[in-house]
Structure formats: structure tokens, C-alpha cells
Write a protein that binds this ligand. Sequence first.
Ligand code: NAD
Ligand code: UD1
Length: 338
Amino acid sequence: MKILVTGGAGYIGSHTCIELLNENYDVVVLDNLSNSSEESLKRVKSITGKHLEFYKADLLDKEQVTAIFLNHKIDAVIHFAGLKAVGESVTIPLKYFHNNITGTLNLLEVMNDFNVKNIVFSSSATVYGDPSSLPIKENFPLSATNPYGRTKLMIEEILQDIYRSDKNWNIALLRYFNPVGAHESGKIGEDPFGIPNNLVPYISQVAVGVLPRVSVYGDDYDTPDGTGVRDYIHVVDLALGHIKTLPKLFTSPGVVIYNLGTGFGYSVLEMIKGFEAASDKKIPYKVCERRPGDIAACWADPVKAKEELFWEADKTLIDMCRDTWKWQKNNPNGYRES
Ligand code: NAD
Ligand code: UD1
């Protein structure tokens, strides 16, 4: 079975490539390296001792995408490629709509041309907006509060329309909660360009001494300690969720939708404490204003994935903090040499 992984050099994509290779899938990666480095794929090969094909190609260039399908008989696509910074998407929405939507349309057109109709799409818990109750089930109402989230929602709808028009498509919409952590080898992990927006990469850069302190965005939420609560999921558990989705896709299920989360929420202060324990470093922090657009709490009901994919996350908060720290400590400059 040959899987095309778009965005495979990125954070979640590279971890998923490892698990695909471990399961003996043939892997072809398409990535324009706009937010990643080919070094991640070299390390994927060294961790697994297996080969994968890499194409530096852009989804916005349909000819480049077509060339890959001409060279390889693809059985399914796992589609990670996209821009993902929420704040940036508010400032430059057209770039987000063009890259994420046009890129996906090009991919889908080429897949259709080559009669490849199996796709797993990286969606996000952001499509639930501010949920009226917790835990969040897949059938909760959907909404978008920023252009990034709107691209996820629009692509979900585009994929559902395609299935309505042609029942030969098999589509898995995977809604990730908050991916954190790194491969246990400490060789691959999240490598944000510039100052991180998300909590865990920020904490780890404080721990390693690159940044002075964590800004805690609000301690007056209606949560046990007043700070925001999220469902953090280890990236290796998330990658394994994709591995469990593929056999489901090959049973021709039509459109299937799953939350990939743990079902547990941790607060900002619990994450800081967890990281202090894992790194044996004091993490200075300061409570600041709430970040506009943030919700108080968010965690998944992961039962559907457990029942239908036979998948559940089993790594702990300590695993997430320990593995993030190992990656950060061994690679203080990420994939860059200095
Ligand atoms: P990432 O930025 O590390 O990986 C995305 C990859 O896509 C990068 O390697 C980038 O170079 C590539 N890419 C972007 N546009 C491209 C294009 N036009 N052509 C070819 N390659 C392109 O991000 P990630 O954290 O690994 O996220 C993967 C997917 O999961 C994204 O779609 C993201 O929106 C989604 N997601 C991520 C999170 C998260 O917190 N990390 C949460 C929910 C959903
Ligand atoms: C962010 C995205 C969301 C995306 C999700 C998964 C925003 C507004 N939302 O959500 O669309 O689906 O990531 O990747 O960016 N926090 C701090 N200090 C920090 C950073 C964060 O206190 O420096 C707090 C936040 O207020 C929140 C929690 O930590 O309570 C987690 O934040 P973050 O990692 O950015 O993820 P989300 O806000 O859940």
C-alpha cells in the first residue's frame, strides 16, 4: 500500500511517516518546506531504517502534484499540508484561503483524475468554536472564529460535497485537539519558526533558556485554577490514530469523522508544573490578560474513535512533557544547526 503524505516534513506529518513506515506502508511525501525542513525526513529515515520518497513540491502547483501521481500508484492520501497559525490567518486571510483551500482543490482534482479517492484530512477542534458543553462529541454544532478555522470548516464541507457527488470517495475527517510532545528518540519534534504561539513549545523554549518567562493568558476563567483547560494529546498517539484510520478507510465507509483527543483536560498551570517536573527546571511565568478569541475549556469525547477505529491515546502528561523536553534539550535550535 502506498500512501502520499502531504505536509509530511512538518510536525505531525513527520511523526506519522514514522508510524507508516513501521507498519510497512510505502510512503511518498509532498512538502514545499514552507514551515519545515527536509532534515526531519532524514531523521525519520534514520529512526526507522527505512526509505521514503520525498518531493519538494507545492500543492499550489498542479503540475508538480500531477507529476507525483504519474510516478506513483497511490492508494490513499493523508493530507496535512496547510498553514496553521491562527493569529497570522487573521492578518493575511487571503494567503490562508489560497494556500489551504486552493491547495486542497488542486490535490482533490489530481486525485480525481487518477481515480485515487481515499483521503484522510487534518481537521481541528477549532471547528467546534466555543462549545456549549463538554466533552465535545463529533455531532456538536460547528463554527469558525478566524480564517484558519474557516479553512478547516470549508475543506470539511468541500469533502462532504464531493462524496455526495461521487460515492466512490472515502473520506476521514480527523479533528485533532492539542498535539504536543515529540518522538521518544528526541530526534524529531515541533520546530516552530520564530516565537511560538502555542503553549507547550513556548514553555519548552523558556525551560531551555531561549525565552525568559511564560505569559499565562488569564487566570479568571471558570476552570478549577482559573487558567485555560485543553485536551493535550501526544503527537505519537495522534500519528497512531492515522494508522488506525487507514484500515477503516479501506472498508469504503464514505465520510467518517473522529475526534482525536484524550478525553482529559489540563490547565495552563498544570502544564507548567508537568514541564517543571519533566525538565527539573523552574519555569518562570506571569499572569497576563486573556488572549482574544480564547475559550475557557475544551476537551474531546474520544469514544467514537475508540469504538470504530480501535484507537485511544495512552500517553500521559508526563510522557508529553518528558518527550518535548528531550527534543528541545537535544535540539535547542530545532532542525537548524546553530
Ligand atoms: P506543520 O506546519 O508542521 O506542517 C504542515 C506542513 O505543510 C509543513 O511542512 C509545510 O511546509 C507544508 N505545507 C504548507 N503549505 C503547503 C503547500 N501549499 N504545499 C506543500 N506543502 C505545504 O503543521 P502540523 O502541526 O504538522 O499540522 C499538520 C496539519 O494538522 C495542518 O493541516 C494543521 O492545520 C492541522 N492541525 C494542526 C494542529 C496543531 O496544533 N499542530 C491542530 C489541529 C490541526
Ligand atoms: C490553538 C489555536 C487553535 C488550534 C489549536 C491546536 C489560537 C487562538 N487557537 O488553540 O485554533 O486548533 O491551537 O493547535 O491560537 N496559553 C498561555 N500562554 C501562551 C500560549 C497559550 O497561557 O503563551 C494558553 C491559552 O490561553 C490556552 C492554552 O494555553 O488556554 C493553550 O493554548 P494554545 O497552545 O495556543 O492552543 P489553543 O488556544 O487551544
